[in-house]
Design a protein around this ligand. Structure first.
Ligand SMILES: CC(C)(COP(=O)(O)OP(=O)(O)OC[C@H]1O[C@@H](n2cnc3c(N)ncnc32)[C@H](O)[C@@H]1OP(=O)(O)O)[C@@H](O)C(=O)NCCC(=O)NCCS
Length: 178
């Protein structure tokens, strides 16, 4: 099998948060950050696979602090885990305020990207050559993320009877009228 080093596809991307990115509260729209993440995940995954890639799933997106207009947003990305045709790209987002010099960790998340050949078919990606303890840890975390997301999909697919669903909702803030 062909193996590639994590460093070969590591990506750092910086973008200035301009006024047109703002929401009604004057902060940057979450969707702008998501769109940047998707772009950076693509760059990183296509560097590793040398193929066009598509986004399959997104795990763990949460905004820990708002991003301000005028901030410089930096996204660091690496391929943390590879399956046969997919890669988990881990990304860390930091926003830097150039005036006060404060750096805030805004977000960390994982995008699963699939490699497709020129006919649009899934295609095998190179394995990962792990050369540091951090890379091994991230690979193991990626394996867990994949397993948990498969389990989550299975649970959500489960076909509960109405009575069971009503029982599950009993202590929740909803009023079921069927
Ligand atoms: C996601 C997709 C590739 C799965 O295709 P499939 O033929 O059903 O997939 P398979 O069950 O054979 O699995 C193929 C790979 O996808 C992974 N996969 C499938 N569904 C997944 C999910 N929901 N989350 C994470 N990984 C998933 C599998 O684990 C497998 O990975 P591996 O090859 O690395 O082991 C396919 O549905 C697809 O192309 N979706 C559209 C993606 C796209 O266009 N994105 C952009 C949207 S604008």
């Amino acid at each position: 099998m062909n193996y590639k080093e994590v460093q070969d596809s590591e990506t750092t991307y910086t973008e200035l948060m301009i006024p047109s990115y703002a929401n009604f509260g004057g902060k940057v729209h979450g969707g702008i950050i998501l769109s940047l993440l998707d772009k950076v995940a693509y760059i990183c995954a296509s560097k590793h696979s040398h193929q066009y890639c598509v986004t399959v799933s997104v795990e763990g997106v949460e905004f820990k602090s708002p991003v301000e207009v005028g901030d410089l947003v930096e996204i660091k990305a690496s391929v943390n885990y590879v399956g046969r045709t997919t890669m988990i790209v881990g990304m860390r987002v930091e926003s830097f305020n150039p005036r006060d010099g404060i750096v805030r960790h805004t977000n960390s998340c994982y995008f699963t990207m699939a490699a497709k050949d020129e006919h649009g078919n899934l295609t095998e990606v190179p394995g990962l050559k792990l050369t540091t303890e951090t890379q091994v840890r991230r690979f193991c975390e990626g394996k867990i993320i994949r397993k948990l997301s498969q389990e989550k999909r299975e649970i959500l697919k489960s076909d509960l009877a109405l009575a069971e669903m009503k029982e599950q909702c009993a202590q929740e803030r909803c009023s079921i009228t069927i």
